[in-house]
Design a protein around this ligand. Structure first.
Ligand code: BYC
Length: 315
């Protein structure tokens, strides 16, 4: 079949909501876009462990420590499902990881901000995981089968993460004046970076139009950002905290919150590698990778031994 006919049939499948599977024909650009998005997503999960990992030894109680440990461990798992989904597109996990370690690959801007107090762990769960859920629930219906299936489990776990974060903040705002202040300070620092997680505004987003045509993305960056703001502002009110945006106002006509201008210069600085913690994050990932070399070697040796045993059994 000619490429043009294959492409037509491919788009018809997408339009009819038929999932694309690894062995199906797909345009090269669709494959590349998926590799880009899924690998960036996987890297974000893995780097996302670092700001929170920083607080495991300092969690204020055993209960908080257990919940945080479980959350960070979940994120490692999410990274693994996503690298596996990405491998079905014909790339090697090792190459993707090497690109991350060399600073060539992108991961979410949000993880380049520091976690200064315990309230930041609450703010990350509430806002960062809240934003992640808003962005990722539609990805359970993304057109590429392995990515969509990985997202189902990821979203279930993210919703537990979001609740543990909100509960941390709820406890702090009901505590002493200092604790409430700490929660407010965390909201002040995490609010704008959380809005940036959804990516550039639609007019500057290079990939959205094509990704929506292929149903990789179901909503644009601005649509998801607006949904997130509409959902989160009442939650901030319930906590008795103030969203740090003087222009934030409910618009009776549209039924949505109007909000102030995002500092896009800051966003691009962070994406280009010049955020507060970009260097620190890459150093920490490289160190963890080097320290884990013996585990990879042992796993390889075990796999080779198993293979040999299976060959002997079937001979
Ligand atoms: N940070 O054309 P655009 C999580 C890049 S949550 C850094 O709109 P697209 C977690 C973008 O990659 C976070 N870079 O792109 C939560 C592109 O660069 P390239 C991860 C960003 O792909 C809690 C350029 O800007 N979630 O994991 O259509 C705990 C133009 O953007 C960002 C996902 O990855 C950013 N914020 O839309 C632990 C979800 N935004 O590739 C972990 C899946 C944009 O041309 N991904 N860029 O060099 C997506 O939904 C989409 O990829 C995005 C961007 C909405 C992020």
């Amino acid at each position: 079949m000619k490429n043009i006919d294959l492409e037509k049939r491919f788009q018809e499948k997408i339009d009819q909501e038929i999932r694309i599977e690894p062995r199906d024909w797909m345009p090269e650009k669709y494959r590349k876009t998926l590799i880009r998005q899924i690998s960036q997503h996987a890297h974000s999960e893995v780097v996302g462990m670092l700001p929170e990992g920083n607080w495991i030894t300092r969690a204020p109680s055993l209960r908080r420590k257990v919940a945080l440990l479980a959350k960070v461990q979940d994120e490692a798992g999410h990274g693994l499902y996503l690298y596996s989904a990405c491998e079905t597109l014909g790339v090697k996990r090792e190459d993707l990881v090497n690109d991350l370690l060399a600073g060539k690959a992108k991961y979410s801007s949000i993880f380049n901000y520091p976690t200064l107090t315990w309230a930041d762990i609450g703010a990350i769960g509430w806002l960062v995981d809240g934003a992640a859920i808003m962005n990722q629930v539609p990805l359970c219906r993304t057109s590429y089968g392995p990515y969509a299936r990985a997202m189902v489990r990821i979203c279930k776990e993210e919703s537990f993460h979001q609740r543990q974060g909100y509960e941390i903040l709820l406890t702090l705002v009901r505590g002493s004046a200092e604790q409430k202040e700490m929660a407010q300070d965390a909201l002040n620092r995490w609010w704008w970076p959380s809005l940036m997680m959804f990516g550039p505004s639609d007019k500057d987003s290079v990939h959205t139009a094509e990704s929506m045509k292929w149903k990789i993305k179901r909503f644009s960056n601005d649509e998801l950002r607006q949904k997130f703001i509409d959902m989160t502002v009442p939650q901030a009110e319930f906590l008795g905290l103030t969203v740090p945006d003087p222009d934030l106002k409910f618009n009776e006509e549209t039924g949505h919150y109007d909000f102030g201008e995002i500092d896009w210069a800051e966003f691009w600085q962070v994406v280009k590698g010049y955020g507060q913690c970009n260097e620190e994050r890459l150093e920490a990932r490289n160190k963890a990778h080097d320290n884990g070399a013996w585990v990879r070697e042992a796993a390889d040796a075990y796999a080779r031994k198993q293979e040999k045993r299976e060959r002997q059994m079937s001979a």
